[in-house]
Write a protein that binds this ligand. Sequence first.
Ligand code: PLP
Length: 388
Amino acid sequence: MAGRNHLYIPGPTNVPSEVLNAMHVNMEDHRSPIFPKLLTPLLQDLKKVFKTETGQAFIFPATGTAGWEIALTNTLNPGDKVLIYRFGQFSHLWAEMAKRLGFDVEIHQEVWGKGIPLDRLEARLKEDSKHEIKAVLATHNETATGVTSDIGGVRKAMNAANHPALLFVDGVSSIASLDFRMDEWGVDGAISGSQKGFMLPAGGAFLAFSQKALQATEASTYPRCFLDLRDQMNANKDGYTPYTPALPILYGLRKSLDLLLEEGMENVYARHHRLAEGTRKAIAAWGLKLCAQPGFESDTVSAVVVPEDKDARAVISTAFSKYNISLGAGLSEVAGKVFRIGHLGDMNDVSMLGAIAGVEMAMLDNGFDIKPGSGVGAAIEYYRSTAK
Ligand code: PLP
């Protein structure tokens, strides 16, 4: 099919051509005297995106899933109790990982479409007077349902309960796109990946840990090797890595950090909000609803619920085969019930309108009762009236 495939899944996201070009490098010696000139500023600048001055940033040649494991196995002891709210496929997978790694996982089930219930979290932590819960695992942006939780609120709940647990946050589909404030929110371990807000291919797990978490690393008896933060710290202090780095990811990250910081993180968040808001106007104009309940809507991904007599898979399939656009599928519990539109990364008003038009055509082809142009029209009006 002529023309490019348009990627509107919530990760991997579109890689800007500047980043693609920056990654097109010959391999080089990662033990050379000049390698630290690449790595050290990357670790410094990552901290600006995580919004931490007191924490330390890390880059692993891995993905977000490894980030979950790094947080758990470097700071806790085997069998420690961790608390997690589960309300979508990614919080589910993190809980399952913690179980498989031998932690005592206290899972609180929440409906898919809602996020972390702050009042119940506070009550549960107050009840835990012996401080048996060693870590709270919080999924900031549940990519499966398009739900954003209030991490500042999680910290408040923990403080209100005067609870010393570590706070680990999955920011795979939020960090570098949504407002994230590691220091202010008292996050002890922030986990992200290269292929979403950072606009890179998968292959980089980007993390930041607080001093409290780094101290816990010293005390942790959990066996670990490849994902050991201590090896990273040892090598990183001189500007090196404990094993061969994924060099193109590092060069790409240099460019993507430059782009993000040049735009300014507050502007990046505002752009994502506008893109999401226009998408939500279109969804409302189609007469459809989000999976996310009011107050939990994500600015990086919208999971759109299809009418009961429709199958979301058919929309995704038509969109791909007929219009060359890729939409996100419904995962697990919501398979066939939702399709997801990713509005994160290297996107602007017009690329977003392409997604909305493609979705609209695919829905019309599948007999959805919508008016041609209704979603596109609503989004156009919103984008025009809010463009600077
Ligand atoms: N957490 C969230 C919220 C995600 O969206 C994803 C992937 O989409 C992951 C974790 C897993 O990350 P990865 O696929 O990079 O291992």
